[in-house]
Design a protein around this ligand. Structure first.
Ligand SMILES: [Zn+2]
Length: 81
């Protein structure tokens, strides 16, 4: 179970890096309390990915982004560790 989720996470990380995504930093979402990570896309934008599975964080926490993809600026909903 725990091993499976680590595998999911590692596979997702490999896929992202192969596509040219780069890890920037991990933060805790001040809205839902889950950890998420900022990744830089190949086109230079920042996207927040839920830490456990590296899916876009707005899929499970849309209200934190007002149901929109975030801009380059980190929103006030988030705080750095
Ligand atoms: Zn959240």
């Amino acid at each position: 179970m725990a091993a499976d989720s680590i595998q999911i996470r590692m596979q997702a990380e490999r896929d992202l890096e192969r596509k040219g995504y780069r890890f920037i930093s991990r933060q805790k979402c001040a809205f839902c309390g889950r950890e998420f990570e900022w990744w830089r896309t190949p086109r230079g934008k920042l996207i927040p990915l839920t830490a456990c599975n590296l899916e876009p964080h707005w899929r499970i926490c849309g209200r934190a982004f007002r149901n929109k993809k975030p801009s380059m600026q980190t929103a006030g909903y988030f705080r750095q560790f």
